[in-house]
Design a protein around this ligand. Sequence first.
Ligand SMILES: [Zn+2]
Length: 328
Amino acid sequence: MKSLPKVELHTHLEGAAPPAFIRGLAQEKGMDISGVFAPDGGYAFKDFWHFLKVYEAATSTLTTPEDYHRLTLAVLEESAAHGVIYTESFMSPDFCGGRDLSAWREYLHAIQEAAAQAEAQMGIILRAVVTCVRHFGPEKARETALCAAETAGDFITGFGMGGDEQSGKQGDFAWAFDCAREAGLRLTTHAGEWGGPQSIRDALDDLRVERIGHGVRAIEDDALVDHLAEREIVLEVCPGSNIALGLYPDWQDHPIERLRERGVKVTISTDDPPFFHTTMTREYDRLADAFGWNEDSFRDFNIVAAHAAFCDTETRARVLKKLEQTDD
Ligand SMILES: [Zn+2]
């Protein structure tokens, strides 16, 4: 499964940071973030809310555009090692320059330079989805959306929202999403992970997104499952993340197979892979064990993902061609 070409739509740039990279950066800067790590050297957290705290502490080591250049390279190297040929990463002006547009441009320049380098060296394509942070509130989301709108283009192709799903309502962020849509950005938001089916309906009705981050709790509402299938809403499903955070007890209990059977377009991603002790290879292996999926099944998921990718037609054609090259 490791060498199978993969398309990944849902990762967080900082959340994908290899722990050794963050530890090294903290040492260079003389920062003490030892509470972030478990004895085995990985990230340590108790539950989702503690995860958000640990995530912020780890992210606090990333303070300059140069740090983000190195981070982007480290993350893409890891993804490419697991066969990822196209990846979308959530990145945020909240963490890159505190929502100041000129600072954000500098961070972005560094990230984009690293992405170009990775593409030339490893063939992996990166596109960026700017995200606002839900628990920072709607006012900050407006500033984030303005940064996204100003930098929309070939690289920044989407806008979304992450963070604590139980903070406020999707609709509170409508201004930010409208602003991003007007700038030509394509939209996704985290919903139906910690929030129930209603959070998915709110995302579709109030923010008019075309993809949903997670969305797995749609399974609790039959009418919603039908609605997602009919409207061809793509779910960015991150099974290993859901299981690590205790949303489902085991891989067999994860609803991804039931959603697929009912015609919902599902895709597979890792979310914050080192935090959840996962990789794309591990996701595929566990899903193959749980549901008997084979390489052909995974190719189908990857084709769905390529069609749902927030990229231009020329990039999509290149990605699809690579997926098809594995045909016998
Ligand atoms: Zn996520």
